[in-house]
Design a protein around this ligand. Structure first.
Ligand code: AMP
Length: 417
């Protein structure tokens, strides 16, 4: 019996109330900040991710779903949302529009990770990206927008961690001193970090192993090595955040799991830390579009994981509005009444009234039980007696109150409810 693959899950109807809640908040947020929706394919040329996320990161080295299609082209399931947005920006000449171009997406991402609570092989991300602008006010706005998103969801007790990881001019000098620091602890490093020391030293700061984290604590801080331009940019981001009253923690060891970031990086996590706690993160990626063959284009963005948000909504016991129920259930007794019921159901739906029509050969009692279990407020009962008078019985399922109404008035009576 085939089952959902490990690290994936079905989202059952009772769970969709959470998904709709989060997606509605995401859509309203984007409207508020002037972001437009963009959908990209679930799979892309594998090089899109390999080039941008870069080797030495877990995503590229261990977690990509890469496969050859029947023509032999190497494709990859979408591992994250930013690189596809940048590809689309170049491919469709969006750089010709007034800048910045503000885009958002909601969709699945795939990473071959060890499944655990809050970590899956298919997860869903809501992300937004502002392309074509270097202004630090935009970095601050993206951070504020991320916070506003969590606020609108009702999630509290979250912290914003902020850092700058400099640019291609100032970072190399920092990486040299970082390598020197770690080289003196080489025997204490985990095997992954030994490889990172050679391939991608910035990632050393991101290791989750306790022994490596101890070494990170005394590592030189990147913020002490920023060039004057990056320093000024970082100070400005903090100044604008201050103007908006957004509290944040400076964290000089924050680097993020993807390699294309420049300058601003930030993450948002619950104050009570757990294993897979980061709800979302983002930052600036001024070189990414150029690395894909576009013109040099500064950009900044953010992405959050929907599964982790929903876990936190449940943990914080946030009240979620329930999904609307159908307006009425249509029950009947006998074939003649059934024909009338089919006709009425069709007419009501055309009038925008949501109805469930009883089917099969359940007794009237069975049909009422079904209406009850669906939580529908009203049942319309068609019996031979009512039909002979061109009328039906309307039953309030909560109070049990019933009254006879003319068939011609049904739509009018149900609509105002
Ligand atoms: P990233 O693209 O790595 O910056 O991830 C953005 C957000 O997606 C993270 O902050 C998480 O909330 C979520 N996320 C990333 N990987 C996973 C995963 N394997 N399972 C569930 N959520 C994830």
């Amino acid at each position: 019996m085939p089952k959902a693959p490990r690290g994936t899950f079905d989202i059952l109807p009772q769970e969709h109330v959470y998904w709709k809640y989060v997606e509605d908040k995401a859509n309203s947020l984007c409207r508020l900040y002037g972001y437009q929706s963009l959908s990209t394919p679930i799979f892309e040329d594998a090089q899109l991710f390999i080039k941008t996320i870069a080797g030495g990161t877990d995503i590229i080295d261990k977690e990509m779903y890469i496969f050859a299609d029947k023509s032999g082209q190497e494709l990859a399931l979408r591992a994250e949302g930013t690189a596809p947005v940048c590809r689309a920006y170049i491919e469709h000449g969006l750089f010709n529009l007034p800048q910045p171009v503000k885009l958002y997406y909601i969709g699945p991402a795939f990473r071959y990770e060890r499944p655990q609570a809050g970590r899956y092989r298919q997860h869903h991300q809501f992300g937004f990206e502002a392309l074509g602008e270097a202004d630090p006010a935009l970095d601050a706005e993206v951070i504020e927008m991320a916070r506003q998103f969590f606020d609108s969801l009702g999630l509290s007790r979250l912290s914003i961690h902020l850092n700058s990881i400099g640019c291609k001019l100032c970072r190399p000098a920092y990486l040299e001193v970082l390598k020197q620091h770690y080289a003196s602890y080489i025997d204490h490093l985990c095997p992954d970090c030994k490889a990172r020391l050679i391939r991608n030293p910035l990632r050393l700061l991101d290791c989750k192993k306790t022994s490596c984290q101890e070494i990170a604590k005394t590592a030189p801080k990147i913020t002490d090595y920023l060039c004057p331009e990056c320093q000024l940019h970082f100070q400005s981001v903090q100044k604008y955040l201050g103007a908006m009253n957004i509290p944040f923690h400076l964290n000089p060891r924050l680097v993020r799991g993807l390699d294309y970031y420049t300058r601003t990086v930030f993450e948002i996590e619950p104050r009570e830390k757990g294993g897979q706690s980061t709800l979302g993160g983002g930052g600036r990626y001024d070189d990414l579009i150029e690395s894909l063959g576009g013109k040099p284009t500064p950009a900044v963005g953010f992405a959050a994981g929907l599964e982790r948000i929903i876990l936190n909504l449940k943990k914080q016991k946030i009240d979620i509005p329930s999904l609307p129920k159908p307006d009425a259930f249509i029950a009947y007794t006998g074939e003649e009444a059934k024909i009338e019921a089919v006709k009425i159901a069709s007419e009501l739906r055309k009038a925008g009234i949501a109805v469930i029509l009883a089917t099969g050969d359940k007794s009237l009692k069975g049909q009422m039980r079904q209406a009850n279990s669906l939580g529908i407020a009203y049942a319309l009962i068609l019996g031979e007696q009512e039909l002979s008078k061109r009328s039906a019985m309307l039953r309030d399922m909560r109070s049990g109150e019933q009254k006879t109404i003319p068939l011609s008035e049904i739509a009018k009576i149900l609509k105002p409810r």
